[in-house]
Design a protein around this ligand. Sequence first.
Ligand code: MG
Length: 291
Amino acid sequence: MACLTDPSLSEQRVELTKPISLIYIIDDIFDVYGTLDELILFTETITRWDLAAMGQLPEYMEICFKALDDITNEISYKVYKKHGYNPVQSLRNAWTSLCKAFLVEAKWFASGHMPEAEEYLRNGIESSGVHVALAHFFFLLGHGITKETVELIDGNPAIISSTATILRLWDDLGSAKLIELCGNLVHFLVQDENQDGKDGSYIHYYMKEHRYSAAEEAQKSAINKISDAWKRLNKECLCPNPFSASFTRASLNLARMVPLMYSYDDNQRLPSLEHFIESLLSESVPTEGVY
Ligand SMILES: [Mg+2]
């Protein structure tokens, strides 16, 4: 609802919820449930989109792949019916890239390998899931589907990758608490963080790479990178680009929503986000002076 604010995009909102939910489920499979051998098999099966090999997967992965295939086919069919283009290959490719990026993280964790922060971030842009979500939205919207724009979407263009960078780094800033944000002056209260998942974080790898530098320094680097990504995104939005205004606005709205999604308070809750959800769905909640 924050990304696609136009009331006429109701169907796209409903459809987009499905791949976004699957991104979270597959992320949990990689970070929490799967063994490395299972994850390699899962990624190979997705890469080939091999329905015949589905039975060789552990049951929980088989269920997931079946749901992924059903939803991908369902969305592709809807897009084809409405816009005359079948995006199934692009959507399968986007899921494959996501799983490959998740697998890279799982292998780093399993082997104890510490990537450099930059290497981690390059992969993290893909593992953010933003490309999967926005590729689905592009086709669901159906504006300006041409050979050129499909190739652009498949290649994770700047309008998507800059949004993904913003999401990945905000996510990684984790429980670091934003207390003041004014231009480039950003101050953080550093909190002890014990909730690093198996997928690492930019902050963690930056500190290791720079000989255990202070957390504040790593956070500053992340903030600078978020600032650079915003400049790239603004440029994409302000300069002529081959995408429709609705698609551009959705990318921009997604990036705008990110701080709300990751500004945890001391109780690991998201009071601003909770408030906005309530005010969006219920008329009685005041919106002033909250954020
Ligand atoms: Mg993960």
